[in-house]
Each structure stands twice: as structure tokens, then as C-alpha cells.
Design a binder for this molecule. Sequence first.
Ligand SMILES: [Zn+2]
Length: 239
Amino acid sequence: MDFKKTKFGRFMNCRVPASKRYQPTEYEHAANCATHGFWILPSLVGGSVLYFLSVDQWHRTAAWLYGSGLTGLFVTSTLFHTAAWKISHLRNVEQRFHMCDRMAIYFFIAASYSPWLMLRELGPWSCHMRWLIWVMACVGSVYVFFFHERYKLLELLGYVAMGAVPAFVILSMVERAGVCELAVGGVLYVVGVVFFKSDGLVPFAHAIWHLFVAAGASVHYYAIWRYLYLPESMLHTSR
Ligand SMILES: [Zn+2]
């Protein structure tokens, strides 16, 4: 379906070649800022709730890492989209914000896995994923620093790998509660990527991608809160 020919066409601009950046319409800029800006406060509150439910140092560290990753993602994304909307003439500044936005995604993925890797019993090999995931986030960030936007497909594959590799470790957990929610969240992110790639084909495609990210993060938050932090769940954790 060609949205450009419908009454929704005015909400988006034409598609651009892969080498160029899509220019969102004013409506799309506003939606991009709002769809992630809205989640800054809830993610701050959510992280704090986990922190106060913590019973030991491991729980507190995991809550702190996860809360920071979650809030950091929405803050950097909102800052970048605001810069792309309001100060796009300052190309260098916008570019820096864009790089921060991309780096935050790597740290967000690492942060999302951290509570599971830190609080659940893992095998002798899989427990190394606790630190390996942060090494992966750093490698991804260094890549963004040097090759930002140069090889877009490679960048996307980097995120998919970072999202999928620790999942195999999680699947090897002795305690299975929460695996289903983790999978549902993962599917939401993957479906969202379809919209991430649909700028100029679907009006508000990027904002829709943001909503899928928020939905995936919400399901993952629920699982962490319920299976790792609620008092009765402590019986199932390794500590
Ligand atoms: Zn975005």
C-alpha cells in the first residue's frame, strides 16, 4: 500500500536512498520525541522501585545497572530526536547526539540482560556472560565511534547479535520462570525493526518503532520485577 497517495501522505516525506538520511516531517519529529520522552519518568521510577525491593548488594547493583540502562536509553533517544528536530543545521552536534543514541542501545541491551545474568543460577561457562555482555557493549560503542552510519546493515546485525547471543545463556538457566516474557519482549523488538526500516513507506514509522521498543522494555521490566525482585521470587534466585 502506498501511503503517499492517501490522506496520511502529508505526515511523511519521500523515501531516500540508503546513503542518505531520511528527513522526518514536523509531525514525525514531534512524535519521535514524544514516544520516548514519555518513558523517561516511568523508567526512573521503575528502576528505583527495583532498587528499594532489593534484599542484597547483588540485587541493588543489578537494579542500578538496569535502571540506568533503561533511563539512559530514553534520555539519549529524546535528546537526539530533539536535536534532529530543532538544531539539525548544527550537523556536528546532531551527529554527536546520534552517536550517543546508538551507543545507548548497546548499553541498554547489556543492562536488560544483567538482572537475569546476575541473579539467576548459571552454568560454569554461561556465568562469564555477566561481564562479556559489557565488553560487547563497549566494542559496539567503539564501532559506532569510528564507523557511525557507514555500514548500516552491519550496525543492525551488531544489535541483533548483541540481543540474541545472551538469550542462549538465558535459555540454559535452571530456573525457567520469566523466559516466556523475555521471548515476548524479544519478539516485540524484532517486529519493531520492520518499522525502523520503513521511513518514508509508513507514516510515523520511526515513532512506531519507538513504541515497540517501549512495549518490549515494559514486558522485560515486568518479568524482572515479578520473577527477580518480588519477595516470593527471591526463593528462586541464586542468592
Ligand atoms: Zn529513535
